[in-house]
Structure formats: structure tokens, C-alpha cells
Design a protein around this ligand. Structure first.
Ligand SMILES: [Zn+2]
Length: 289
């Protein structure tokens, strides 16, 4: 199977009351590890990159080629979409050109009028090329803008104005936060989620900052219309911890344990296991490929 856009997998998840995991990738190990996990769990998946991660990996074209080639080399048969996370107006256009199958245009820092105008343009361009689109309304709390215990909440009327443009799935703040959640976090705001779901006519909603939200809250959010969940921090933490354990045990100094293929293996395997666990016990997308 070739790579696909994310429209069908997210819509199926929305109808079936489960969610698609959208996992951020940082390099070849991340990509291989996540693909191995979803193939084993028989789950559809979105691999996503931020513009910063794409730059780190050598640009959008490098990312497209790497993901496409690994996908073929590994004989992946589950549906895989390659998505731009938090794209700028220019970045979204460049990724559509480079062969991404899905893009997010994040116009949440513009005023709503400008967000609507730019979102409309990106949606039309993407759809003309068979690429799925995510847009964002309002701010979502996160460590980058100073953590608040409530996270940020999107306005349902603004959500409707973006949803009406024909967006495939919508990112909207419902109390979620990017990065590590503070101890005094108030939790997801299900009342607001319900209002947004109603306002946008029950289109799929995206939950950003999916790492660290308690399992019962994730499951409840899925029943209320969340159909794509972004995961970044969780995989970074398991990779770092497994790599630390390897080095602290002195394994890099035993034999040829310094070989990068050995040094990076525990972290890579930890990502695969975490992905299998999340799609099976959190998102419910296992065996839905
Ligand atoms: Zn995000």
C-alpha cells in the first residue's frame, strides 16, 4: 500500500469511536520504530513532523523520501499518512509540494479573520492535490507560552467558522497543554469539548499535547469527538530512559556496545513498545487497519 492522506482513517476512527495516533518523528530510528509498532498492532497511523524537525532531518523532501522508502522497505501494509505538524502558511504549501499526504496549517496566532482567509486558501490548495488538512483555532496552552493550570480553550463560534471551510479535522483547545502537564492541571474541559463538537457539526477533533493526559480522560474525549491524538513527549521520554539505562549499565563500553546500531537499539525498541501500548490501550486503533 502506498502512503495515504489522513481523511479516510480519521473519519473511520470518528465513526468507530476510536482515535488515530499522530506520532512526531525526529529521525530514521523514530520512523522505523513507529512503523514497526503500528504494523505489529495492525493500526493505521499518522507520522508527523514539525517544521523544526523537518529542518533537522534535511528538509521536507528528505523526510518524504525517507518515510516513503522505509515504508516500502519494511513492507508496511497498514495505512500510513505523513503529516506536517503546526505548519506555517509557507510551510504547509511547501509540504503539499514536497509530497506530504496531510498538512496542518496553524493560523491560531493570527486574528480570526486572517486565520479564516489563510486556512481557506490552504484547504483549497491541499484538497486540489488530494492532501488532507488540519487547522487550528485559538491558542493551546503549552510550555512554550508559559503553563497555565487550565490550558487554553477555543471559542466554539470561531471553531465553526473554520470547520465550515471544509477542513478535514480541527485542532481546538479544550484545556490540553503541550509538553509535560503541571501538577495543578485542571484536566480536559469536557463541557467545552461538547460545545465545540456541537458547533462544528460533529467533525473530527484533534487533541494536541496527548502525552500525559490520564487514560480515562483520553477515552472520554474520544467518545466526545476526538479522533486524532498527537503524541510527541511520551516517545521522547521512553527513548531517553532506555538509552540512559544502556549507558548507565556500562553497555556502551562492553565489546562493541558503542556501535550506534547497538547504542540506539534499546531506545528504538522502547518507542515500538510504547506505540503498541498506546494504540492498543489508549486510542483503540489496534486491529483497525
Ligand atoms: Zn500541537
Amino acid at each position: 500500500m502506498v502512503m495515504v492522506n489522513a481523511t479516510e482513517m480519521v473519519n473511520k476512527a470518528h465513526e468507530g469511536h476510536y482515535a488515530i495516533g499522530a506520532f512526531n518523528i525526529n529521525n530514521m530510528e523514530w520512523t522505523k520504530a513507529i512503523l514497526a509498532g503500528v504494523q505489529k498492532a495492525n493500526s493505521p497511523v499518522m507520522l508527523q513532523v514539525s517544521e523544526g524537525a523537518a529542518k533537522y532531518m534535511g528538509g521536507y523532501k528528505t523526510v518524504v523520501d525517507m518515510v516513503r522508502d522505509l515504508h516500502d522497505f519494511m513492507g508496511i501494509t497498514v495505512p500510513v499518512a505523513l503529516h506536517l505538524d503546526h505548519g506555517t502558511y509557507e510551510g504547509a504549501k511547501a509540504c503539499i509540494e514536497a509530497g506530504f499526504t496531510s498538512v496542518m496549517f496553524d493560523g491560531s496566532h493570527y486574528g480570526i479573520e486572517e486565520n479564516i482567509a489563510k486556512s481557506k486558501e490552504i484547504i483549497e490548495l491541499a484538497h486540489s492535490k488530494g492532501v488532507s488538512v488540519e487547522c487550528e483555532v485559538g491558542g493551546i496552552g503549552g510550555t512554550e507560552d508559559g503553563v497555565t493550570s487550565n490550558g487554553e480553550l477555543a471559542d466554539p463560534a470561531e471553531c465553526k467558522s473554520i470547520a465550515d471551510l471544509g477542513v478535514d479535522f480541527l485542532a481546538a483547545g479544550i484545556g490540553n497543554i503541550h509538553g509535560v502537564y503541571p501538577e495543578n492541571w485542571a484536566g480536559l474541559n469536557f463541557e467545552r469539548l461538547g460545545e465545540i463538537d456541537e458547533a462544528i457539526g460533529h467533525k473530527p477533533i484533534v487533541l494536541h499535547g496527548g502525552s500525559g493526559i490520564p487514560q480515562d480522560q483520553v477515552k472520554k474525549a474520544i467518545t466526545l469527538g476526538v479522533s486524532k491524538i498527537n503524541v510527541n513527549t511520551d516517545l521522547q521520554i521512553v527513548f531517553a530512559e532506555a538509552t540512559r539505562a544502556y549507558i548507565e549499565a556500562g553497555k556502551d563500553r562492553a565489546g562493541k556496545g558503542y556501535d550506534p546500531r547497538k547504542l540506539l537499539k534499546p531506545g528504538t525498541d522502547a518507542i515500538t513498545e510504547k506505540v503498541i501500548d498506546m494504540v492498543t490501550s489508549f486510542f483503540g486503533s489496534a486491529d483497525k487497519a
